[in-house]
Design a protein around this ligand. Structure first.
Ligand code: 3HC
Length: 328
């Protein structure tokens, strides 16, 4: 083999990739969107699959702590609202699985990883909901934190993800308001009801701050995700923004913030939290949270119990494709 041009000229493949990389970089720099048919670096694709599938799983697992209260919600109206909310979460999971599928992974692969315990989902859903007030606290704090984290994702550089987030955020706003309203009613009821609300907020406040992820110095994915304009703000920036939003809302509810070290920093005009219990966060991520085992077990059972529905739907679709008559 001669050594003529091999060392001095890039191969046609490498040239094509370089050109594609430049085009990708230009789209990101111009704040435009990458679409499924566009070339993208492999790491961008895999990081998106990672984040979007985790997000989808969170929506689906997140149905469990709230579904726990559907049959016991205190009135018909409350039941109807809660059913609608839990259905919304299923819909969010579907939008997100669909967005992830455009990156070349199947829904089956993602589901299998989840039920095998090999996929992450948000730490927050590994806590229990012992009282009705917990449903209020989830709506106010958990959905509130989700909105704070997810509104910037509406501008994510990957088109299908950003567009899914727009719909999700609109619906999450209703969820947050219904949670606030449940807590407001309880906080303005009897002393016992007010205590229920306070206890629930005490249970959910710190875990909801952990939803934003590890602190910036312990977040391996942030810098790259921000350079790719998937994430627009760091974990700590969003967490701090959320804390600031909660302060006047605690006052409106007439409830106490469980963070006794919370202070207002005059210099920056922001609220600064006391220390978070990162050992607890790591334990939950490692599968040792209060409800990790039962959440996965429930999801696995639901998947197995639903096998006949998936088979029937697939058969129905096959028959329709072949033009066979399908009984109504
Ligand atoms: N729970 C579980 N895992 C978490 C976590 C949390 N609260 N926070 C971080 N992690 C994981 C990350 O996924 C990552 O693990 P991996 O490398 O194995 O994927 C690791 O901890 C290190 O964290 P990083 O900060 O480096 O990771 P990211 O840059 O991806 O940031 C994130 C984490 C802020 C959660 C980001 O992925 C994100 O914004 N995701 C989209 C939003 C989302 O998933 N929200 C779920 C909330 S629940 C929800 O939306 C349901 C609604 O109904 C309330």
């Amino acid at each position: 083999m001669g050594h003529t041009t091999a060392h001095t000229q890039a191969s046609p493949d490498a040239q094509a990739t370089e050109h594609e990389q430049q085009r990708f970089d230009a789209i990101i720099a111009a704040d435009q969107r990458i679409e499924p048919r566009d070339w993208m670096p492999e790491q961008y694709r895999s990081s998106l699959i990672r984040q979007i599938s985790q997000h989808a799983h969170s929506e689906i697992i997140g149905m469990q702590p709230e579904a726990n209260w559907i049959s016991r919600a205190p009135s018909l109206k409350r039941k109807a609202i809660l059913i609608a909310k839990v259905q919304d979460e299923a819909g969010h999971g579907l939008y997100l699985y669909s967005a992830a599928q455009t990156l070349g992974i199947t829904r089956e692969e993602m589901t299998q990883k989840l039920i095998d315990g090999k996929a992450r989902y948000s730490s927050i859903f590994n806590y229990h909901t012992p009282t009705w007030a917990d449903i209020g606290a989830i709506g106010w704090l958990v959905d509130g934190a989700a909105i704070c984290n997810q509104v910037p994702l509406c501008r994510a550089s990957y088109g299908p993800y950003g567009r899914a987030m727009v719909r999700i955020c609109k619906e999450e706003s209703f969820h947050q308001r219904q949670g606030f309203e449940i807590l407001y009613e309880l906080a303005h009821g009897t002393a016992e009801q007010k205590q229920l609300a306070q206890d629930a907020v005490d249970r959910w406040y710190w875990p909801s701050l952990m939803m934003f992820g590890p602190s910036d110095d312990a977040s391996p994915n942030s810098a790259r995700s921000m350079a790719w304009k998937i994430k627009r703000f760091s974990n700590d920036e969003l967490r701090q923004r959320f804390v600031g939003m909660c302060v006047p809302q605690f006052e409106a509810l007439g409830l106490e913030c469980p963070d006794k070290d919370l202070r207002f920093d005059e210099a920056t005009g922001t609220w600064i939290s006391g220390p978070l219990d990162w050992d607890e966060f790591r334990a939950v991520l490692d599968g040792r949270g209060p409800a990790n085992t039962e959440r996965l077990e429930h999801r696995r059972t639901a998947h197995e119990d639903g096998a006949w529905v998936r088979e029937a739907a697939a058969e129905y679709a096959r028959k329709q494709r072949r033009g066979e008559r399908v009984a109504a």
